[in-house]
Design a protein around this ligand. Structure first.
Ligand code: UDP
Ligand code: MG
Length: 254
């Protein structure tokens, strides 16, 4: 069973110097109505936190006008980079594209639909400064459909915890903070973004989680249904083999 305390810690943290520079990476697929609110609310929080930040919105082949809205916003704002992908690649590749453009010491990821709360970003950063390499959000009061989303996710989190040995309550929460070097040379595809904590753990990272806010979608629709759970489980096999055989691939035949 999971511990009752809100945060689990894997490896012991060493307190670190204050974070100077931050990149916030947001994958966007058909979120036209959310974009202006999202960018403004991230900027408001980070200005008051007095950190050097950039917001990198990756347009993942949107067809609802998000591309134009983002491009125009980025023309008028110094704190926003718009990365426009040629077609819809999926959330994980969109995030990976954002990581390629990130220049901050730390990367925070969150969804572009206002379901994650930018007010939580300073809490994640404070936790990183305690000496963690990765802080994962835990949507303790998740505002999604109980049967279609919460139940499959609970089962998936349990299985992922068992297989990877990193027991987080909420692998699927996009709101996470990473030290940039952790993701610099990770090759992400499929649904692997949710396994970053497990992949980072294989690399010896110090990992923890904190409860974060979660809001119901205000605009647009979720891009996912039950099919994603299957894809997540398939990618879990990838992580399992990485964990076991990354440093001794031929042993798989032994
Ligand atoms: N997203 C994306 N490419 C896709 C599907 C989704 O960039 O092919 C983005 C989407 O715009 C959102 C985030 O990934 O910012 C999470 O998607 P969604 O909110 O639909 O997932 P849910 O919150 O329902 O799990
Ligand atoms: Mg969402």
């Amino acid at each position: 069973m999971y511990p009752i305390t809100p945060s689990i810690s894997v490896n012991e943290p060493n307190p670190q110097a204050a974070i100077q520079t931050l990149s916030v990476v947001v994958p966007i697929y058909n979120e036209v109505d959310s974009i202006p609110h999202l960018v403004e609310s991230i900027a408001t929080i980070l200005r008051s936190y007095q950190i050097n930040y950039e917001i990198i919105c990756v347009d993942d082949g949107s067809k609802d006008g998000s591309t134009e809205v983002l491009t125009n916003l980025a023309k008028n704002r110094d704190d926003l980079k718009a990365v426009i992908l040629r077609r819809n690649y999926g959330q994980t590749p969109a995030m990976a594209a954002g990581f390629n453009y990130a220049t901050g010491q730390v990367i925070v990821t969150l969804d572009g639909d206002l379901q994650n709360d930018p007010n939580d970003i300073p809490l994640l950063l404070a936790k990183l400064e305690e000496g963690y390499d990765l802080v994962s959000g835990w949507r303790k009061n998740r505002q999604d459909d109980r049967v279609k989303r919460l139940l499959p996710s609970k089962i998936a989190n349990w299985i992922i915890g068992k297989v990877t040995g990193v027991k987080l309550h909420d692998y699927g929460c996009s709101l996470k903070a990473y030290r940039a070097e952790l993701v610099a040379d990770m090759n992400l595809y499929g649904e692997l973004h949710r396994f970053l904590p497990a992949l980072a753990f294989i690399e010896g990272a110090k990992i923890t989680e904190i409860p974060v806010n979660h809001h119901a979608r205000r605009f647009g629709q979720s891009k996912y249904g039950l099919g994603r759970t299957i894809r997540v489980i398939m990618d879990l096999f990838t992580v399992f083999f990485m964990k076991k055989f990354l440093t001794r691939p031929m042993h798989i035949f032994g």
